[in-house]
Write a protein that binds this ligand. Sequence first.
Ligand SMILES: [Zn+2]
Length: 419
Amino acid sequence: MGKIYLVDVTNRDGVQTAKLGLSKLEKTMINMYLNEIGVFQSEFGFPTTHHETHYLKANLKLAEMGVLKPIRLSGWIRALKEDVETTFKLIPGIEYLNLSTSTSNQMINGKYLGKKTNRDVLKMMTEALDLALAMGAKAVSVNAEDASRTELDFLVEFGLAAKEHGANRLRYCDTLGYENPFTIYESARILAEKVCLPIEMHCHGDLGMAVANSLAGAKGAIDGGQDAYIDTTVNGIGERAGNADLVAILLALLKSKDFANNYHLGHKINLSKAWMIAKFASYAFGVPIAINQPGVGSNAFAHASGIHADGVIKDPANYELYSFEELGRGEPETVETGREIISGQYSGISGFSHIMNKIASDKAITFKDPKEASRILELVRYANVAAQKPLVKDELLFIAQYPEIARELLTMTPLDYTI
Ligand SMILES: [Zn+2]
């Protein structure tokens, strides 16, 4: 029986959201937390975008060093030969890719304006896929953009062509959040049965059903005899109304009625990191966690009305499906409150040493000499310039532990067109 694997796309779909973004260090911290929580794969960025190059290479180094392990890091590109070529020119070590192309008549006619047919789309996709595998990609997922508005027969043809050319899975993109759980279940099951590839559910929340659709689609793929993958973002941050929220998906998979008895994750999850990653993403994106967000909202375990409060005091299970401890709630704030000595782009050595002594007391961070401390402080200043807000404890520890990686993350060379 097929299993479910999580693919988080915060560092691709999340960061391309209008009005939002992350620094390269913040993106790296998201990858670190995703690895800790046990997510199978992070779609970690855009290999053909020049300002991503240092970040992507630095994160692949972290994977090589065993720091970002076992999480898989995959890049997202258009299913075009020129994108594949640029990818391997800029990021030669990349092993996992998602190749994306539009499949619906709406998109093919509406975006290519009559210049391309379904046959052209198939040709572009298979040529890009052949090239990606020839240039060293170990596994490729082929994304059918706007799959939910695509004729199912054409999707089957698209999936079979991808399979014949060596794709490892088919991403079903409900790009506009058009599906409902009943329709997406059917489509995913039919695709799994007819294409015989794992199906990856990529759902958006325009109709408020991203989490429910992801679960229903995953069930369809598994009932159709294949593994299922579910795309998430932290706090559901994504284009327009957002994507399926990572923590909500985990809770739905593990806690909803009868689901976990019948459908299983293919990897271990450390749910106790849920609180930390949600808090960090909220801080880094500058988007507050909604008061009623599943698991991590400030009201998720709050009880005021007489009957509920009385019930939960007698037995939390009366009014709670899961406990706040399971999600790791109650960790200290990500940045200091009370008296604050915080990192900034104009910080000095005295304040910096105070912060590091305080946060590093439980970790083995010591500086060889004052020169080394100054070097780390310099990197912290640059990280502050990029983030425009105080760094959190884990970011400071990261810079102190991996200064060379941090240097690479903070390097921007916009006028260097020679690479
Ligand atoms: Zn998307």
